[in-house]
Design a protein around this ligand. Structure first.
Ligand code: C2E
Ligand code: SIN
Ligand code: SIN
Ligand code: FE
Length: 409
């Protein structure tokens, strides 16, 4: 035995060092597992830490699937250089195991207990034909095995880890698992179960957020189409405005998020028309001054209809101000220049262009060239000049025609 300064022998020093490392490792597990965002990575980390903690040669992980079986998800073996991460419960590596207590993993999962076996070849209580086949195929000898459920404190078992062949720290030969590892791997299993559980909750929350967003989008389209009061509306008008607006906002240099928000908000610019009588909306002729007065109220109505939620802030601005003019001659507030909200200035351009180039109850569709003349003439009077510059570029590049053709049925 080597003497070391301070009278601490080498073996104890090593043991004490090892214990400190172990405590640190166990205490770090919760945070370390919780930091993983992908299930694959988390499962791999659980297996790596199980091996590290127990100084074992191999480790596998099973997840309990919706079908009640144990799906074989990760298998690592240091000696055999096996590194299989087959990942989620939907994508099990090779096989899945029935929840049949003749298999030690299933037994541990069913009873939520840790099983510590010194040598599986001497253990008649479980069916180890699987590991024996594995040994034959790989020229390996599976000896000691520590099987621990991944269980929450409430006792919900989400999976099992199966640690193989504890190694002596000096001779590196397989030895039985020290019983104190049972407590450590229990804690590890507990942290692992919580992390897996939380990751699934996060995924569910993400999914339901996506569904909610889709539902919101559908509702927004329906509302916009209802407001147009056209019996035969296919939603093309709404789609054209959305895509023209996205193209112009992108060309003006807005960020991806702003482009998404402004183009979605643009869809709702005319929702206020829902409170304008059909007789006026569908009149196949020029409006009288009185009728046009009623028509103009669609801007204020639109703002009032839309929810006073942050998500609709831009939509409310657009609804109220999309008929303002750069020279201050528009409605309802006679705002001029940069006093007009930026998003409303964008939709003023896309809305008028689409109105000109499509058929209305009161007018025919104009050819693009003629519509572009009106747009150019309106630069600095009706429209913000820098927006018309960008609009002319989009026209020259054929972008406007492509959008028009894609959304006209
Ligand atoms: P809208 O049909 O979506 O038209 C939106 C805007 O496009 C109009 O806003 C106007 O700035 C422009 N625009 C549409 N058609 C023409 C056109 O033939 N020539 C020119 N230079 N610009 C055009 P505005 O004028 O404030 O009208 C708002 C809404 O009032 C229109 O939305 C439409 O629903 C209705 N409207 C306007 N004029 C008439 C009309 O003569 N008859 C009927 N039935 N409705 C009208
Ligand atoms: C086990 O209990 O995990 C081994 C089952 C097998 O593959 O035969
Ligand atoms: C925006 O509405 O995102 C742009 C703000 C501005 O330039 O006025
Ligand atoms: Fe309008």
């Amino acid at each position: 035995m080597n003497e070391t300064p301070g009278g601490v022998d080498g073996k104890n020093l090593s043991r004490e060092f090892h214990d400190r490392e172990t405590v640190k490792l166990v205490l770090d597990l919760g945070a370390s597992f919780a930091s993983e965002r992908r299930l694959d990575n988390l499962l791999e980390k659980i297996v790596d830490h199980s091996r590290l903690l127990t100084n074992a040669d191999g480790c596998s992980l099973y997840l309990k699937g919706a079908d009640g079986r144990l799906a074989f998800c990760v298998n690592k073996n240091h000696t055999l250089n096996i590194n299989l991460v087959g990942a989620s419960e939907n994508n099990a590596l090779f096989t899945s195991l029935p929840l049949d207590p003749t298999y030690v993993s299933a037994y541990a999962a069913i009873h939520n207990v840790t099983v510590n076996i010194p040598d599986v070849y001497d253990c008649a209580e479980f069916d180890f034909t699987g590991p024996r086949r594995f040994d034959e195929k790989n020229g390996y000898r599976t000896r000691s095995m520590l099987v621990t459920p991944l269980a929450t404190r409430e006792g919900e078992v989400v999976g099992v880890i199966q640690i193989i062949n504890a190694l002596d720290r000096h001779t590196h030969t397989p030895i039985p698992f020290d019983p104190h590892f049972e407590f450590l791997t229990n804690s590890l299993g507990n942290y692992a179960a919580i992390a897996i559980h939380n990751l699934r909750l996060t995924e569910e929350a993400r999914q339901s957020t996506v569904l909610l967003k889709e539902a919101n989008r559908d509702a927004i389209y329906s509302l916009a189409m209802a407001a147009e009061a056209k019996d035969d509306d296919t939603g093309d008008h709404v789609r054209r405005i959305q895509h023209y607006t996205a193209a112009l906002a992108t060309r003006l240099g807005l960020s991806r998020e702003d482009v998404d928000l402004i183009s979605l908000s643009s869809i709702m610019h005319d929702v206020g028309k829902i409170s304008v009588p059909d007789g006026i909306l569908k009149k196949p002729a020029k409006l009288t001054d009185e009728e046009f007065g009623a028509m103009r109220t669609h801007t204020e109505h639109g703002m009032k209809i839309l929810p006073k939620k942050e998500f609709f802030r831009m939509a409310r601005e657009i609804a109220r101000h999309h008929h303002e003019r750069w020279d201050g001659g528009g409605y309802p507030d006679k705002l001029a220049g940069e006093d007009i909200p930026y998003a409303a200035r964008i939709v003023a351009v896309t809305d008028v262009f689409d109105a000109l180039t499509s058929e209305r109850p009161y007018k025919k569709a104009w050819p693009f060239e003629k519509a572009m003349e009106v747009m150019r003439e309106g630069s600095g009077s009706h429209f913000d000049p820098k927006m018309i510059d960008a609009w002319v570029q989009l026209y020259d590049e054929g972008v406007l025609l492509r959008i028009h053709q894609q959304w006209s049925t």
